[in-house]
Design a protein around this ligand. Structure first.
Ligand SMILES: Cc1ncc(COP(=O)(O)O)c(C=O)c1O
Length: 456
């Protein structure tokens, strides 16, 4: 009998997160203070994050225990299923084996809640009762809204304007959990008003929304903290539970991935799946092809330079070593709002720079095409972000069909698309545009990258 669903017993759920820092090849450059341009210390992050998260941000411990209170919440939906996509394999006629880790079964519908629960918990035990954040597609804002309601906290969300308009039910969803939601750039913050005045008619961007949320936290004088849904080390750490579970599940069916694929916005879902396997490549020499997939409309890893840049448009965050299109770059309004980010996580950027991982980029139309094939075979409507991973998995499987190789492909099904039906409607109505970015447009964004030398 075919085993479609590879489940992990609840008592086998890992109880510590995997931290890739001790395994990192070469020297990863430190984040720099935006003013002094000297390496950032924990005290520089204290105005916006609670100390336990700052400690995780700089930790070099290989494993960090997951608190019991967080484990209890995780148990509402974890361990998530690993699925063998037999029906997709058959439809493609490929000898490849395709597996996907289904993070869409969470209450918020995506992987984002793996870190929002942890972040809300650490803030709560640090005496914080209110969090502020940004959201692109609305998946992260939803995840933080749910986490804040679990821990009885207030939540304010700055939602990128184009997504606020494209996805009205996402807003209602966040409000249902008690969050307050503003379209960004908004009138609420100094930086929001300035960005709106400087960019009339702007669609907004994650970089702008982050600046607004950070300003709200900084100006609260300590009562409100900021929470980020991707990019930072502690976020990637919390997501490692995805890959840790997947390793146990692959092992339980006697298989191991040759290719590991995930869509990449800030890098958290991909890192979450990939990093625990990257340990095997870095420490045991396993031969794994790691592929991060981004949109052609926001080609951070494939066309951006490796440089120090701000994480936000308003230049409030530390300078992070990363691939970047420039913190002023505003990507076209593709439907994968969660992938519209000018930069990427430093840890992932470092692994790409070191040649441990690689990146590819796809236009949105071929991604939606593969998403619908997937939906018809496997039954789940993917989030537009997730459709990028599916496209790359489909292409890898078709390559195996050509070569006759039976490779094992594993990808992260980061979220479902139940609140993204306007996007599917537009695709079905052939109204989706594929944006080919001229180098001239990219150069404008890249010109906003500050001139900062790497230490040493
Ligand atoms: C479903 C889904 N997948 C992927 C992403 C991209 O973020 P990250 O690269 O941090 O996983 C998002 C971000 O909003 C998302 O909602």
């Amino acid at each position: 009998m075919k085993k479609y669903n590879i489940l992990l017993d609840a008592d086998k759920m890992p109880d510590a997160w995997y931290n890739i820092m001790p395994d990192m090849p070469g020297q990863m450059p430190p984040p720099l203070h935006p003013g002094t341009r000297q390496p950032c210390g924990p005290e520089d992050l204290a105005p916006i994050f609670p100390m336990p998260l700052i400690e995780q941000e700089v930790s070099t411990e290989q494993f960090i225990s997951i608190p019991g209170e967080v484990m209890d919440v995780y148990r509402l939906w974890r361990p998530t299923p690993l699925r063998r996509a037999y029906r997709l394999e058959e439809a493609l006629g490929t000898p490849a084996k395709i597996y996907y880790k289904n993070e869409s079964v969470s209450p918020s519908g995506s992987h984002k809640i793996n870190t929002s629960v942890a972040q809300a918990y650490y803030n709560k035990v640090s005496g914080i009762n209110e969090l502020t954040t940004e959201t692109g597609a609305g998946q992260w804002g939803t995840a933080l809204s749910i986490a804040c309601s679990f821990f009885d906290m207030k939540c304010t969300v700055y939602m990128v304007k184009v997504s606020f308009e494209q996805k009205p039910y996402r807003r209602s969803l966040m409000e249902s959990y008690g969050a307050q939601v503003f379209a960004s750039p908004s009138d609420n913050t100094d930086i929001g008003r300035k960005m709106a005045a400087d960019n009339p008619g702007t669609t907004g961007s994650l970089g702008m929304a982050i600046s607004e949320a950070v300003e709200a936290a900084v100006k609260s004088g300590g009562s409100i903290k900021y929470s980020l849904g991707s990019v930072l080390n502690h976020v990637l750490l919390h997501q490692s539970i995805i890959g840790e579970e997947a390793k146990l599940q692959m092992d339980s069916v006697g298989d191991y991935p040759d290719i590991i694929i995930g869509c990449c916005g800030g890098g958290s879902n991909y890192a979450g799946l990939a990093f625990p396997f990257a340990h095997d490549k870095l420490k045991q020499g396993k031969d794994i092809d790691f592929v991060a997939v981004e949109p052609t409309a926001c080609p951070t890893l494939t066309r951006g330079p490796y440089a120090y840049d701000f994480g936000d448009t308003g230049e409030m965050t530390p300078l992070l070593p990363q691939y970047t299109l420039g913190h002023n770059f505003v990507p076209p309004g593709i439907h994968a709002g969660g992938l519209r980010y000018h930069g990427v996580a430093s840890q992932l950027a470092h692994l790409v720079k070191e040649g441990v991982m690689r990146a590819v980029a796809y236009h949105q139309n071929p991604c939606f095409e593969s998403a619908l094939l997937f939906a018809k075979c496997e039954g789940i409507i993917p989030a537009p972000e997730t459709s990028h991973a599916i496209r790359a998995a489909v292409d890898a499987a078709l390559k195996c069909k050509e070569s006759g190789e039976s490779k094992t492909i594993l990808f992260n099904f980061s979220g479902h698309g139940h609140f993204d039906m306007t996007a599917y409607q537009a695709y079905l109505g052939q109204q989706l545009e594929d944006y080919e970015l001229d180098q001239e447009i990219l150069d404008k964004g890249i010109a906003s990258i500050p001139q900062v030398d790497f230490p040493g």
